[in-house]
Design a protein around this ligand. Structure first.
Ligand SMILES: [Zn+2]
Length: 261
């Protein structure tokens, strides 16, 4: 990924999608907002107790920096599931009912979700002109959200997996993600080569969510995958990390939108 900056707001973009015209993509950082303390500074969610006014101003700044009208943004509601919402022009400005996978083929409809360690997944189909944004923590990864998202693009828009450009965004890395045996059991049950998905050290398991999601995308036939390899817990200057900050932190935002050509 590459880091971008404007008016004190910084965000990351996938390099494999930059060459494609007509796609807006932005993964926010903590930089440039007005929240303070554990939320400093560009917190984009009220879910952990920050003031609604500050979050609203942060959101306005982020959207302005990336040239997206804040009033049009369609906000996801993530519940660690794998339900799919096909978003239309009528959804502009709405907060959706619970869905961890959002898709659209309508230009000017920005899809938005918030994160603090879970994996943001983006799928862009430059041929069919469609985009997906999905949320995969360990539960979503265990539900094969990445593969379900690819199938949903095919079902909704006729996307061919080989045409898709995929991105695995900033999220907790294997060096910081110790998990219990129940998580390892869940992933073992749904992966063909689970032994590549974790390290074992001193009797503990360290899960690689990036590798698990990349493996699912490959299983689904996606050939162009960019893994950001940006660990939220390693880079607290740029990211919020639920794990590294013991739940007392804010949320990053992931936004994708098809632009008019
Ligand atoms: Zn790390």
């Amino acid at each position: 990924m590459l880091r971008r900056q404007r008016n004190g707001i910084a965000w990351w973009v996938f390099e494999n999608m930059m060459a494609e015209s007509g796609l807006v993509q932005a993964f926010s950082t903590r930089q440039g907002g007005i929240s303070d303390g554990i939320y400093a500074s560009l917190n984009l969610s009220v879910s952990t107790g920050d003031s609604a006014q500050r979050v609203q101003e942060n959101f306005r700044r982020f959207c302005t920096a990336v040239d997206v009208p804040p009033e049009d943004v369609v906000k996801g509601w993530m519940v660690h599931g794998r339900d799919v919402a096909v978003v239309t022009a009528a959804d502009r400005g709405r907060r959706l009912s619970p869905h961890d996978i959002l898709l659209t083929d309508v230009p000017g409809v920005p899809l938005f979700m918030t994160f603090a360690d879970c994996v943001p997944l983006v799928l862009f189909d430059p041929r069919r002109r469609a985009v997906a944004l999905a949320h995969a923590g360990w539960r979503g990864t265990g539900l094969r959200v990445a593969e379900v998202s690819v199938q949903a693009m095919t079902d909704a828009f006729g996307s061919r997996p080989g045409d898709l450009l995929a991105g695995i965004g900033p999220s907790i890395g294997p060096d910081h993600y110790q998990v219990g045996t129940e998580v390892i059991s869940m992933l073992t049950a749904v992966h063909r080569h689970p032994e590549h998905l974790w390290l074992q050290r001193n009797g503990h398991y360290w899960l690689n969510l990036w590798a698990a999601n990349a493996q699912q995308l490959a299983d689904a036939g996606v050939q162009h995958v960019e893994v950001a390899r940006l660990c939220t817990a390693c880079h607290l200057e740029d990211f919020y990390s639920h794990r590294a900050e013991h739940g007392k932190t804010g949320r990053l935002g992931a936004l994708v939108m098809l632009a008019d050509l």
